[in-house]
Design a protein around this ligand. Structure first.
Ligand SMILES: C[S@@+](CC[C@H](N)C(=O)[O-])C[C@H]1O[C@@H](n2cnc3c(N)ncnc32)[C@H](O)[C@@H]1O
Length: 203
């Protein structure tokens, strides 16, 4: 049983209550424009797809693949949304992505890495499945903030005893080791975003 199977039935209600999703920030950082052909986006640990659906409301030229180990989270992605927006769901782990190299234009990982066994390996795998010239954005909670330390402590006790806090410096280091260039950090209240690009073969 995947950890988030336990929380699937309440997850979306909880997320709406705490209002932590930042769809506009993802659209900006992923550099998704409304011009040109559709982008394929891999949402690693995309769960119930509620963030993907919010992004699709802002920008609809996207084809989402939502990967998650929790089948019960994935089952919450509404069938209508899947058909309308061509959302595909795949059960799997970020550490072992079941996709060919260079499959996606964009990869996003929101509020997930601190729950994974091997976050560095997830970054490596994401790099592999990203197309040349593609962009990846990771969102995490900044453990350098005092208030977040309390939240992380509570999350560890209540939800996930094996979770590990992720620091901006971790993402910079893992991103560089995975092969990304221009790894940048953006702070947004209690959260931070790491953005990395995969070099275009031309350069
Ligand atoms: C806090 S939820 C975030 C869901 C969604 N990204 C969002 O922002 O609403 C964390 C998600 O990470 C998933 N997860 C946990 N371990 C994972 C792994 N090794 N690879 C991919 N996803 C994982 C969980 O099943 C869960 O759906």
């Amino acid at each position: 049983m995947a950890l988030f199977d336990r929380y699937a039935h309440v997850y979306d209600r909880f997320i709406e209550l705490v209002r932590v999703h930042r769809p506009q920030r993802f659209v900006e950082l992923l550099e998704i424009s409304c011009h040109g052909s559709a982008y394929s986006v891999l949402d690693v640990g995309g769960g119930t797809g509620s963030l993907a659906q919010k992004i699709l409301m802002l920008q609809d030229n996207l084809h989402f693949t939502i990967l998650d180990p929790s089948n019960l989270m994935l089952k919450r992605v509404p069938t209508q949304a899947k058909e309308r927006a061509r959302i595909v769901t795949v059960q799997g782990q970020g550490e072992k992505l079941p996709f060919a190299r260079g499959t996606f234009h964009r990869v996003m990982i929101a509020d997930v890495l601190h729950h994974t066994q091997d976050p560095e390996q997830v970054m490596k795998q994401a790099f592999q499945v990203l197309k040349a010239g593609g962009i990846m954005v990771v969102q995490e909670y900044n453990p350098e903030w005092l208030r977040n330390r309390l939240l992380i402590f509570l999350e560890k006790i209540i939800i996930d005893p094996s979770m590990q806090a992720i620091f901006p410096s971790d993402l910079k280091k893992w991103g560089r080791k995975a092969g990304f260039f221009e790894g940048e950090i953006f702070f947004d209240k209690l959260q931070f975003f790491w953005k990395g690009k995969k070099k275009n073969r031309r350069f």
